[in-house]
Every structure is written in structure tokens, then in C-alpha cells.
Design a binder for this molecule. Structure first.
Ligand code: GDP
Length: 433
């Protein structure tokens, strides 16, 4: 996410750091560099202009020039402005009616159908009881796709190929009322480009549905095209907000940094993976932190709380502290951790995370899992019984080598020493461990 922008900005900040005192010229140079970085990231030029004016105004003020840490002051100003153009704070869904209708709109390929299912999953996790409606009858596979996704997350999908979109929506409303659902998420038809037929169909659906939310799904990779699309949709439908998808790709940042300023409507969610749990509430401050390479620990914590079985994690921690943590527990932990998604996306959220070779680490983790899988329960609970012939068997079974097995067992032994020390209270966890 935003690698290029991040790299360029960090170079600007580096140039400012280490100077005892900075001059007006230094500030102006830095601001010019920030401007170029934003333009290269495909941020709308009006946004860039306003951004740069504000930063310059504040940065030339007394605080920065006279500050003992001018670079830090400058970063703070840039951060504050980034947050401001993205909309200051998270804007949650406003679900008023029961059922609360959410109308999802967007061009084909933006990720609209997938996002409907992701949103249903997220709301379900929050204790709501959603119903999906497949009213995208324009893209031939969209109905089947939504039905399949609905099955995966255990949410019913109202669909019927023989009815018109408007009829399906009416049926959806009745079904939601009949079955006591509290949210109704409607997937509508998109097109490759904006066209009059589509807009008319959407207006008709809007009139019947009277939605609490109309969210336009846009693809972050589309850059300013997406922002222009957003403007047109908003003018016709009076949107309540956006979902910006494919933030996990190599999008440059243009959409997320321009769309609120250009339309006045907030981004409510971002799509961060193809998987159904890849939808996160949008927090401008956290994204600003990611852009500035400061990580996003809060989102990571939320993700851990949302995805991982807290009971299991607590039990593991307790076992660890009592020095009872076995390889069986380790295996369970690895399985839990997988729910957080690829290692790369986790590391991205940690400030200053070491630049480890992610692919290598993923491979190592797979290896460890394969080795533990090849052990008997007895062996996992008491690795001491693993003699040379067992090691050979485990290596063969897991497609690894005896050295790999030895390495894992040695790490486990070291972990045990650590656990025992912690149990006796002799050991303090060093900062950052
Ligand atoms: P629709 O035509 O707008 O309904 O688009 P789909 O929901 O079929 O999505 C188009 C493609 O984008 C699919 O391959 C999705 O898996 C993918 N997609 C959707 N959201 C995301 C996202 O946040 N990240 C990534 N990497 N892919 C996504």
C-alpha cells in the first residue's frame, strides 16, 4: 500500500532531519518535494494545491523554523493535513430503519459483488442479521457469485433470474420483513462505463428501497478515473459514502487522498484483500500513519480481536506462562495466525517492522506446520521422546529434512527455557520483544 509515496516522503523528511536549524528555503524545497510526490501518486491537482498551501503556511510559521526538532514538526504538519483531506475521522454506517437498506452501486469489476458479501460478513460479526439481494442482473455471473458467497458466510441471498431488478428488490424487502432481518444489502447492476440505462435503473431502485446508505464501490487502482466516476454517481444518486477496494494492490494513493475532497462524501470502508474478511472500516489517521511509514498498530489490534479466537489465545498465553505450552498448542496458534492473512499484510501495519523476506518466512511457517503435522500427538506433547528414527519418519512425512526437524525442536527447547524463566518470574520481557 502506497510504497512509492511512502518512500518519497520519507526521503523528504530525511533531508530535513539532522539539521540543527532549517531555513525558509529548506521548508519550501521540502514542500515542493511533497507536492511532486503527491502528484506522482495521482492525487487530484486541486487537492494537492490546497494541501501544499496549508502545509507551507503552517510550516513557515514560527514553530517549525525555531523548533529544536524541525523535521518532526514538519512531519506532524503533513500528517495533520493528510488526515484532514481524507475526512478527519471514521464515518460509521448510519443504519436507521429496520431492516436498514444498504444499496451498493459501482462499475463492473470494481469489486461490488464481493464487497456486498464482505459487508454482510462484517455486520454479522457485529451481531447483526443481514439479508443479501442479488439485483445485478446485467452481469451474467453476478447472481451465482453472490449466492455462492452468501453460502460461504451463512447469509441468505434473495435471487430470481426471471424477475426484474426492481421486482427482486421488492421481494428482498418483503423477505427481510418476514424473516426479521435488520439489514438489507442490495447488489445492483454495474456497467463497464457510466451509462444512462444503468443510472435510471439505479434511481428506480433507490426510490423503492429508500436506502439508509448508498455506497459506491470504487477500485483504488483506477486512480482519478475512479474519482471522476464518483462525482457522476454522486450527482445522480446523492451517495452516502464510498468503499475503496483493492487497497492491497499497488494503488498509488490517488483515490483515497482525493475522493473525499472532490465529492464531499466520506470513504466508509476499504477493501484489503480478495478474501471475505478483507474489508476494514476506514480511519483517516491510521491511513495517514501508513502513508508516513508509522505503521497501523490499532488496525492490527482490531484485526487480531476480530479474527482470532480470544479464548484460545488466552489459554495459550496462560499455558506459556505456566511453561506448559506444547508443540500441539503451537500448531493451534499457527492455525489461528493464518486467519490474519498473509504475513506481508501484517508486517505492513507494524511501524518500522524489519524488512524480512516475507516469502521466506511464509515458507518457514509452512515447513514448521508440516513438521508438527507429521508428529503424533504424543510427540507434540512430549518432544523429548523424538529419537533419531522418529526424526527420520517426521522428516519424511513432512517433506523436510532431519536438520529441519532438529531446528524446530531446538527452538522449542529454547522457548521452554524462556517459559520456565518467566514462570519463576526471573525474567522480564525486554522492551520490543
Ligand atoms: P463487480 O463486477 O464489481 O461485482 O466485481 P467483483 O466483486 O466480481 O470483483 C472483481 C474482482 O476484484 C474479483 O476478482 C474480486 O475478487 C476482486 N476484488 C474485490 N475486492 C478486492 C480487494 O479489496 N482486493 C483485491 N485484491 N481484490 C478484490
Amino acid at each position: 500500500m502506497f510504497e512509492n509515496l511512502q518512500e518519497k516522503l520519507s526521503r523528504v523528511f530525511k533531508n530535513l532531519s539532522g539539521r540543527g536549524k532549517i531555513t525558509e528555503k529548506n521548508v519550501k524545497d521540502a514542500v515542493r518535494e511533497v507536492k511532486l510526490s503527491l502528484l506522482e501518486a495521482d492525487v487530484n491537482y486541486k487537492v494537492v494545491k490546497e494541501f501544499v498551501d496549508h502545509v507551507l503556511q503552517k510550516a513557515l510559521g514560527e514553530e517549525v523554523l525555531k523548533s529544536l526538532t524541525p523535521d518532526q514538526q514538519f512531519i506532524k504538519i503533513v500528517r495533520d493535513e493528510l488526515i484532514k483531506i481524507m475526512g478527519e475521522k471514521n464515518e460509521p454506517l448510519r443504519l436507521i430503519h429496520r431492516p436498514a437498506p444498504i444499496m451498493m452501486v459501482g462499475l463492473q469489476g470494481s469489486g461490488k459483488t464481493t464487497t456486498c458479501a464482505k459487508l454482510a460478513k462484517l455486520l454479522k460479526k457485529e451481531g447483526r442479521n443481514p439479508l443479501l439481494v442479488a439485483a445485478d442482473l446485467y452481469r451474467p455471473a453476478a447472481v451465482d457469485q453472490l449466492v455462492k458467497l452468501g453460502n460461504q458466510i451463512g447469509v441468505n441471498v434473495v435471487h430470481d433470474y426471471n424477475k426484474s431488478p426492481v421486482e427482486i428488490v421488492k421481494e428482498g424487502i418483503q423477505e427481510a420483513e418476514r424473516t426479521g432481518k435488520d439489514v438489507l444489502i442490495v447488489d445492483t447492476a454495474g456497467r463497464l462505463h457510466i451509462d444512462e440505462d444503468m443510472m435510471r435503473e439505479l434511481e428506480e431502485i433507490k426510490a423503492i428501497l429508500n436506502p439508509d446508505e448508498i455506497l459506491l464501490v470504487v477500485d483504488a487502482m483506477m486512480g482519478q478515473d475512479a474519482v471522476n466516476t464518483a462525482k457522476v454517481f454522486d450527482e445522480r444518486l446523492d451517495l452516502t459514502g464510498f468503499v475503496v477496494t483493492k487497497m492491497d494492490g499497488d494503488a498509488r494513493g490517488g483515490v483515497i487522498l482525493s475522493i473525499k475532497y472532490v465529492t464531499g462524501k466520506p470513504v466508509k470502508f476499504i477493501g484489503t484483500s480478495e478474501k471475505l474478511d478483507g474489508l476494514e472500516p476506514f480511519h483517516p489517521d491510521r491511513i495517514a500513519n501508513r502513508i508516513l511509514g508509522m505503521g497501523d498498530v490499532l488496525s492490527l489490534i482490531e484485526k487480531v480481536e476480530r479474527e482470532l479466537d480470544q479464548e484460545k489465545m488466552k489459554k495459550s498465553a496462560e499455558k506459556f506462562l505456566k511453561a506448559e505450552f506444547t508443540l500441539e498448542d503451537f500448531k493451534e496458534q499457527l492455525q489461528e495466525m493464518k486467519k490474519l492473512g498473509p504475513l506481508s499484510s501484517i508486517l505492513e501495519m507494524l511501524p518500522g517492522a524489519p524488512k524480512v523476506d516475507v516469502e521466506m518466512s511464509e515458507k518457514e511457517l509452512k515447513k514448521i506446520e508440516a513438521i508438527i503435522n507429521s508428529m503424533t500427538i504424543e510427540e507434540r506433547r512430549n518432544p523429548r521422546i523424538i529419537d533419531a528414527s522418529r526424526k527420520r519418519r517426521i522428516a519424511r512425512g513432512s517433506g523436510t529434512t532431519v536438520q529441519d526437524v532438529n531446528k524446530l525442536l531446538k527452538s522449542y527447547e529454547q522457548m521452554k527455557v524462556l517459559m520456565k524463566r518467566m514462570k519463576k518470574g526471573k525474567f522480564k520481557i525486554p522492551f520490543g520483544f
